[in-house]
Design a protein around this ligand. Sequence first.
Ligand code: ARG
Length: 463
Amino acid sequence: MWGGRYKLGPAEIMEKINASIGFDRRLYAQDIAGSIAHCDMLVAQGIVSAKDGRAIKRGLVKIREEIESGRFKFSTKLEDIHFNVEGRLTELIGPAGGRVHTARSRNDQIALDVRLWVRDTIDRLEPMLRDLQAALIDRADEYAATIMPGFTHLQTAQPITFGHHLMAYVEMFGRDRSRMTDCRARMNESPLGAAALAGSPHPIDPRKTAKALGFDGPMANSLDAVSDRDYVVEFIAAASLAAVHLSRLSEEIVLWCSAPFRFIALSDAFTTGSSIMPQKRNPDAAELTRAKVGRIVGAFTALCIILKGLPLTYGKDMQEDKEPLFDAADSLELGIAAMTGMVRDLKANPERMRAVAAADYSVATDLADWLVRKVGLPFRQAHHVTGRLVGIAADKGVDLDKLTLAEMQAVEPKIDRSVYRVLTVEASVNARKNIGGTAPANVVRAVAEARRRFLGRDKRAGR
Ligand code: ARG
């Protein structure tokens, strides 16, 4: 392909380190789509004859069929996907195959292929995040009034509703979706026409190829077009955050189905047994989803370090972007799908959740708030009084609502019998009806709003 001035072939190790066909064959569909658009433009501009153009396109379509049916012979000698396709094209249609690379370099070609691949990947993952939201919203609807303990520092803090907890993740995945669509919008420019780095002397029309490939327009600077992979970094950054969110929910699933918690159970479909302990049901899918973030953030780090300090324009270093990119995308895709399955599969244990929610003085804050509202104490003093009452109850080994009125009045004489009404977990969650609060009525409303905000027909997240 470039052997004009070469007398010797490459060293074996040169071929090995140089070849990317082992992984960039995944770009075949984008590579062929790009070549078809480029060929159409060359014909329209009179750079390639209509006859050669037809032969080139016929050959490219045939190559796509060969690849998709598994008949295509990929060759390491031909380095990468671009040369593999072009080599076969020339085999199929003769020297006219060599015209498709007029006014193009592998530098703008690979920049194009990766852009199209990232864009296609976003278009696949973003709806998957939407499906995950749909699963969470359905379960939140079901468990809108199911009371569970809310934690801070993983210590029992205040009662919350399970629906409210699930809806927190709906918000997070909504932002993940909008980060994906932001990334897509920003990257949607075509690098074709930049050629090797400086542009092309042929009378090309980069607007035409940009339009044909669904881009908003051509990139403004040829050097930038072949040099930057910021869209890859941005996509992986968005993927990293989505993976962080998946990891936190995974960890909660692992905790919730452990014996000391017993808040939820996963069915046989999402657990595995132990080879030695017959009683075990391990949440492997949750554990693996929890771990995927490591590979994805690893890819983010790899990409930033590969690009850091690279002088303009193209450097072969950039070939190293693909494996981390593919692995990050695959890992996220698996993680989202597994999480969606687990969310739909899990079964809550409301009795157990309520019992744990009611323990450990979880309504102490409600008592302090009651002292502020009904007795008129400054909050700091109400906090102190409540603390003393919790101490007395703890010494007796009882819950706050088991203290007698006399015991409470010994600490604060103005306490009356109506205090008992705020000392239940139901009263606690029902009292939190302000925007964003955990009350079951709020969850019901949040579910309806989320269906509109996130699941509305042809509505993109965040818009
Ligand atoms: N396989 C290369 C890559 O992934 C394609 C571009 C090669 N360009 C070059 N001038 N050698 O970056």
